[in-house]
Design a protein around this ligand. Structure first.
Ligand SMILES: *Cc1c(COP(=O)(O)O)cnc(C)c1O
Length: 367
């Protein structure tokens, strides 16, 4: 077997992409809010069923931009179990992250533990829909209303996810998505903010372009404009996104079916309340039943050429860059999950024979 990677970028047929970029050779318009950029912005609004999409070079810049746009101060309550980008965006905006523990069943911020972390310095909640599973958006909204806090969702994993019939970006004051090559929907690199507030969107449009408008610089912005080649990739991939999600779904269900009989392996929860995008296949290897097993699987599978990931491990406040910065972080569930979590390869073009081989090897280690 050749090396199997955790993920692989979805690509359209080469001819389709060439057709999409062909007229760039006539216009020479390669970046800075070109026609493809503007069209993609519209198409994403259509797909997500929501207005107020602002494109960015990547999801991280989108996240930094929206935190900046909301003019937050002081402390932001967030999750320690996310990609490092979530906390970096807070810190790089001069704000203080306050880590709230997660729940054992969906690995999302535990809404019942948020309130006790609120102080007179708290200005926002930044939660991640981890692995595309929606947070407890109702409870979070209730708390935010009570304390007058902004709610921002890092929806980098959740493109196309619907919760109770509505697109996931309908919840909170704003959401960001990532279109990185490793995500369900990609534009090579890319991302967006979704926000229904027009004033905020005007700010974001200036912010991504150094703060420039009409020949003057109104705000201290940055450079985070998506180029036309990325937008062209986004336009192509968006045409096939439902097929792509459908293929992931089949693999996801195959994994579940095969692994449900293996004791010590905990599968993603079934839920009627939301439509998945099958972005990842996260499992837990029970550390009480099988101590040390997660790391054993991690090492052996990778040695066999099957890339599996401990995502996210260690938790954010224990990463070397933050280790000496935060005190009194008490998030034992997040710590436990980070010691049990394992992602198996999942992408559109993963072949069923490859999935069978992955399962065979997993079972060798677990049965
Ligand atoms: C990928 C990701 C980001 C960052 O997105 P980029 O497009 O890579 O900048 C942020 N948060 C989470 C949870 C992610 O998975």
């Amino acid at each position: 077997m050749k090396q199997i990677f955790l993920t692989q970028a979805s690509l359209p047929d080469l001819e389709e992409y060439i057709e999409e970029i062909r007229n760039i050779w006539n216009t020479h318009w390669v970046t800075s809010m070109g026609p493809k950029h503007n069209l993609l912005e519209k198409k994403i609004e259509d797909y997500l069923g929501i207005n107020g999409v602002t494109l960015f070079t990547n999801g991280h810049n989108a996240l930094e931009a929206i935190l900046n746009a909301f003019e937050l101060k002081g402390e932001v309550i967030t999750t320690p179990f996310s990609f490092i980008s979530t906390t970096h965006a807070i810190v790089r905006n001069g704000l203080m992250p306050v880590f709230c523990d997660i729940t054992e069943h969906d690995f999302n911020i535990d809404a019942d533990k948020i309130e006790r972390l609120i102080t007179d310095k708290t200005s926002a909640i930044l939660a991640t829909h981890i692995f595309g599973t929606p947070c407890n958006v109702e409870k979070i909204e209730e708390i935010a209303k009570k304390y007058n806090l902004k709610v921002i969702y890092d929806a980098a994993h959740a493109f196309g996810v619907k919760y109770k019939g509505k697109g996931i970006a309908a919840y909170g004051d704003a959401s960001i998505f990532s279109f990185h090559a490793s995500k369900v929907f990609n534009s090579l690199e890319g991302g967006c903010v979704v926000c229904s507030d027009r004033v905020v969107n005007d700010y974001l449009m200036k912010y991504r372009n150094f703060g420039n408008t009409n020949g003057y610089t109104e705000i201290i912005g940055t450079n985070a404009k998506m180029n036309e080649f990325s937008a062209a990739m986004g336009l192509c991939n968006l045409r096939h996104i439902d097929t792509s999600i459908g293929k992931r779904k089949k693999l996801f269900e195959y994994y579940c079916e095969e692994l449900k009989v293996v004791s010590g392996v905990m599968l993603p929860e079934k839920s009627e309340s939301f439509a998945r995008n099958y972005s990842y296949f996260p499992i837990r290897i029970d550390s009480t039943l099988l101590p040390g097993k997660r790391d054993d699987i991690f090492i052996k599978m990778n040695n066999w050429g099957i890339q599996v990931l401990r995502h996210f491990y260690p938790i954010v406040p224990e990463q070397p860059c933050y280790k000496d910065m935060f005190f009194n972080v008490y998030t034992p569930i997040a710590k436990k999950i980070s010691e049990e979590i394992l992602l198996l390869p999942l992408y559109e073009k993963l072949q069923i024979e490859e999935a069978e081989y992955i399962i065979k090897k997993m079972k060798e280690l677990l049965l």
